[in-house]
Design a protein around this ligand. Sequence first.
Ligand SMILES: [Zn+2]
Length: 425
Amino acid sequence: MFLSNWQNRAAIVALGFTVGLAGFCMAESPIKTVPWNGHVGAVSFTFDDALANQPQNLKPILDALPDVHVTFFFTDMGNGLKQNGAGFVALAKSGNEIGNHTKTHPHLTGISAGELEEEIVKFANTIESTFAEQGADVTVTSLATPFCENNDKVKNVIAKRHFINRDCGWHGRNEWDVEPDWMSIQAKVWTRSGATVPEMLSALDTAAFIGNFGGAQPWEVQVKGGSWLVVLNHGVTDDTGDDYSINPSDIKKIFEHAIENKLWVAPFGVIGAYYRAHFVVDAAAAKKTDDGFTVSWEIPNEHMPKSVPLRVKIDTKSVGENVVVEQGGKKIAREGDGSYIIEFMAKSLKVRKPGANDVPDDSTNSLSKAHLEKRLYKKFTVFDVNGNSLGVADGWNIPANYPKGAYIVRAEAVGGSVVIRKVFK
Ligand SMILES: [Zn+2]
């Protein structure tokens, strides 16, 4: 950038004016992503180093909190992948993310290009194949640098195989409208001698924009709304000699506070993908068609998750009432709050006037609650009360051929969270 700030602004104003005069297709994108999936803010808890005490002590806590999913960054340091991998399979299956923390946990800024390839790119593939051997379908999309050591050379290798990278330091918050360096997302680090439990609880309040931030001095960090807090943890034990580990009862308290604050609690890769996608979609221009408009965009990194559902508001006024919104020829129903949940990875969206064959979209007024709920969840699985999976269901209803009795239904919500209910037939 060589334009000064005011020159920049003048240039942008001039550009907007020219576009307006030329009567171009719409200059502004009609799509606006709903911040943080409709929550006031977001938080991702990440746990490094594939330690045995993570599945041992964290799994019971996560099992009791169906709205909390976290990220485990794997390394093979000390043969951790093979030794402790099995303990993580169930965690991966229940919606937690498995990310890459490099093969041997080296100082990345001091190794050769060939070694970076082995540590970063090849190890991501090894994580996936090791989990596949144990029956877990894991797609590695994020990395965390060991010791948070990073530079441009390292970032280029990470970006070849991951769409996002976590470093660490500072307050660990990310603002909705400020695009971060995707290969260097900051995280707040837990240590017993550094960040204390009250400090972590207060960080969750700041992410949820709870407090009085108006009095901050100009040189202090300004808090203007909800944000995405990234937290870095290591072990989960009561061993107070381990400065990096957190007591199980403390991490439970912190998870529960995140839920109380109504934050979106989801893995690093899930929130990171939503956050990254919004900068692309919200900047995409509309193109006029005979009966409405289309919006197309590019995927910024080929290693985004396979599916990135985005909750968006679409300005359809230019087309009219009862518009049809579709992706790949499939209609998308409007949600109760007027938003649409679109698939970012579909790369385009069409808004058009309804034709003679279109049934009007009545989702906002007359659709049953059950139907709306089906739109919010991707997959329903039925279990017996002992936790044995019996098969998939269409919504919360137990299939007709199942015997009468109590069942557990697990629904995967759009955006990564999981809801579990006891259902009687
Ligand atoms: Zn580490």
